[in-house]
Design a protein around this ligand. Structure first.
Ligand code: NAP
Length: 275
């Protein structure tokens, strides 16, 4: 696709569900920037050709990347920003001249949701979103990081080479995994509409977390997940998935359009995203 104006887009397979066009379109309109943000269906076999074609498109500023291209795209760019190399995945490619530079703005998205210093945390899930949380936790001082997943051996094989000193727990050991932790992050689809519910054992294990812990759920549909509901009832600090979604988009918007998004309109944007 070519455009008469500068544009960015989100690519993936499937792609129709993506909220990125809504977010970027909202900010472009608010700022009156001459630019567009599209969605583009790119299948795995089409990724290399897609990037080769966009590389020479003078209007294309870059793209967000969603499932299933986040790892494959790393081998198709010229340089990796530290955010992408330390996570081992990219969700954002920016073009400068004819060069492609890969970022991982999910790291900034997690930082928008989790900002307090703490020593211990438990992440539920061990996929790409969990990886994006790990550099943030390390930067915030967490040295005791526990991964709670349905397959701890697979999780260890995937994460140990990238992040040292993690400990791994099965879902049956949720009580141990959450025991005394100061932060809990759900980086799995558990609790999302159409996905299995968060196991009751995890909800019950919240009572084992440290007093004053935070609970951050990356799931944003529904916005108030059962995990967040229980955490609020128990007096924990909470962050929802829209905080991360908007946070990762904000960093990408700066990279694509060279302007800070107008965050004073976040309440209006959140209402649109939650509708
Ligand atoms: P991913 O790479 O596919 O990883 C998903 C992880 O969750 C894997 O560890 C997977 O285990 C585990 N999992 C999947 N289904 C499960 C189940 N039924 N029971 C227990 N564990 C299960 O996906 P991702 O990119 O990390 O995304 C994970 C979730 O984070 C998404 O569903 C989305 O809700 C959320 N997310 C939100 C944002 C945001 O901006 N708010 C951004 C990114 C992701 P296996 O390895 O065993 O399959």
């Amino acid at each position: 696709m070519t455009s008469a104006v500068p544009y960015a887009e989100v690519i993936g397979d499937p792609i129709s569900h993506s909220k990125s066009p809504l977010i970027h379109g909202f900010w472009l309109r608010k700022l009156g920037i001459r630019g567009e943000y599209h969605r583009c269906h790119v299948r795995p076999a089409e990724l290399a050709d897609y990037l080769a074609g966009r590389r020479t498109d003078p209007d294309w500023q870059g793209c967000n990347i969603t499932i299933p291209h986040k790892v494959a795209a790393l081998d198709m760019v010229d340089d990796l920003d530290r955010s992408a190399s330390e996570v081992g995945a990219t969700n954002c490619i920016r073009k400068r001249g004819n060069r492609l530079l890969a970022f991982n703005t999910d790291v900034a998205g997690v930082a928008a949701a989790v900002s307090r210093d703490h020593k211990s945390a438990c992440i539920i899930g061990a996929g790409g979103a969990a990886r994006a949380a790990l550099p943030n936790l390390a930067d915030l001082g967490a040295r005791d990081i526990r991964i709670l997943s349905r397959d701890p051996d697979k999780a260890a094989a995937s994460l140990n080479g990238i992040f040292p000193d993690l400990s791994f727990f099965s879902l049956e050991n949720a009580g141990k995994a959450l025991g005394g932790v100061e932060g809990i992050i759900n980086a799995s689809p558990l609790g999302m509409i159409g996905q299995p519910a968060v196991p009751v054992a995890i909800l019950d294990a919240l009572s084992a977390a440290a007093a004053g812990a935070y609970v951050f759920d990356m799931v944003y549909a529904p916005l108030e997940t059962p995990l967040l509901k229980r955490a609020r009832e128990m007096g924990f600090t909470t962050s929802d998935g829209l905080t991360m979604l908007i946070g990762q988009a904000a960093r990408a918007f700066e990279l694509f359009f060279g302007a800070a998004p107008p965050r004073q309109h976040d309440s209006e944007l959140r209402r649109l995203l939650a509708a």
